[in-house]
Design a protein around this ligand. Structure first.
Ligand code: ADP
Ligand code: MG
Length: 259
């Protein structure tokens, strides 16, 4: 069965403050959806709420992956069900090597007794690192420790490639990347596009979408999707910024605000 991911009327609060005010979105396998929007409009909150970050309380709505209730699942269960989030600010974990972390993550998604062999894992990791033009030494470095912004983002894409998820959420994967790294990351994403995998790509800028052509583009403001279209919408935002959307919809302050 091809992947079907559906968000219905999702509302989420942080410390009692409502940030997401009703999100509806349906992503089928094979589709790339881009969520664009200025800072402070709720994009990262959506990513965190979908992955089950404990700080983000879901107060209303439903989320399903292939008919299964995602909101009932813990973070680990969501990962096992095939959800993957590349974070805007990946954490550094001292004492855990990149290779140990990734092998544990892969094995956590497998049945007991069916763990990936060390040799097979190392071969896969080496091959993917080569595709991403990463120095082999990153295999044995502590997770993200002392990595540059661009190295962290490449490492997130490496995780995505090895975990083979059904639903990929990328939160500002393009931030901090120079043009070469941007191209490499985009090629990694494009190589992963498949009929049974959906993508939700969150980005502030259109430039990533010059390399990854989305099927649908959504604009987020005030914790809602306020406009949706095709790739041409991203191009108009690149050329004209966000002001015309605000004018069209009568929005003065696009951020979630203090209300
Ligand atoms: P975006 O990713 O679109 O820039 P965010 O989802 O990060 O927006 O933030 C939306 C709003 O939620 C902001 O007002 C932000 O301050 C608030 N917010 C997000 N995460 C937290 C948090 N962990 N604690 C308190 N406020 C938060
Ligand atoms: Mg953000």
């Amino acid at each position: 069965m091809s992947t079907q991911f559906e968000i219905q009327g999702l509302k989420s609060s942080i410390e009692g403050k409502e940030i997401l005010k009703g999100i509806d979105l349906k992503i089928n396998g094979g589709e790339v959806h881009a969520i664009m929007g200025p800072n402070g409009t709720g994009k990262s909150t959506l990513a965190s709420a979908l992955m089950g970050h404990p700080k983000y309380e879901v107060t209303e709505g439903a989320v399903t992956l292939n008919g299964e209730d995602v909101l009932e699942m813990g973070v680990d269960e969501r990962a096992r069900a095939g959800m993957f989030l590349a974070m805007q600010y990946p954490s550094e974990i001292t004492g855990v090597t990149n290779a140990d972390f990734l092998r544990s993550a892969i094995n956590a998604r497998r049945e007991e007794g069916n763990e990936i062999s060390l040799i097979k894992f190392v071969r896969q990791m080496e091959a993917k690192m080569k595709e991403l033009e990463m120095n082999p030494e990153f295999m044995h470095r502590y997770l993200n420790e002392g990595f540059s912004g661009g190295e962290k983002k490449r490492n997130e894409i490496l995780q995505m490639m090895l975990l083979d998820p059904k639903l990929v959420i990328l939160d500002e994967i393009d931030s901090g990347l120079d043009i070469d790294a941007l191209r490499i990351v985009a090629e990694g994403v494009n190589a992963m596009r498949a009929e049974d995998r959906g993508f939700l790509i969150i980005t502030h800028y259109q430039r990533l979408l010059n390399y990854i052509t989305p099927d649908f583009v959504h604009v987020m403001m005030q914790g809602r999707i306020v406009k949706s279209g095709g790739p041409e919408l991203a191009q108009r935002l690149e050329a004209e910024g966000y002001d015309w959307v605000k004018e069209e919809l009568g929005i003065v302050d696009e951020t979630v605000g203090q209300a």
